[in-house]
Design a protein around this ligand. Sequence first.
Ligand code: MG
Length: 217
Amino acid sequence: MQNPKIPGFDIPVHNIYCIGRNYEQHVKEMGSPIPKMPLVFVKPLGTICYNDTTISLPIQSNDVHFEAEVVVAISKSGKNISHGSAMDHIAGYGVGIDLTARDIQKLAKKQGHPWSIAKGFDDFAPISEFSPVSEIENPDNMDIKLFQNGFVKQHGNTSEMIFPIPNLITFLSKIYTLHPGDLIFTGTPEGVGPVSSGDKLEVLLNNGVKSLTVNIG
Ligand code: MG
């Protein structure tokens, strides 16, 4: 199987890094402590799907939640990337949904187990087309909004991140060599909630510069 491509760029997705608890209001709604360093997990490649996908809910969960997130695409390799050069490693920005089987995640948290199952079902990381960096005036001020069946459920801005984008790149690159095609899901703002069969989810970056629509089957 070939790796799925990043829409808008002619490069395959490499690794999918995700940041948990990166917006204070979301941390509070989950009843979690404010992190002292970025909370990192990864998703398998089978989670990637695209605009207009109808996503099947896994039979193992009765409580799948949406988490709208700004997604960063990496353009060039690097290890131990400095804060000053972090932004030079970015190809562009899109939006995605970090779908999460909340019931499975809650049990995993209680048992001290990893989140790989809760976060890793097929199609659990739909992504929009990406904008090149030149199209985004200020990455520290990107607006993200999620609509569920036409109603706004999440509205955040990258200015509210606990760990801003360059800090995430610096942090991740101390652990993992970053490569072109790596994606970073940068965390979700408050307002996460459950999806139901028949739902339509729409996520907008900067009021529609890029958008993602998926249906829940
Ligand atoms: Mg998330």
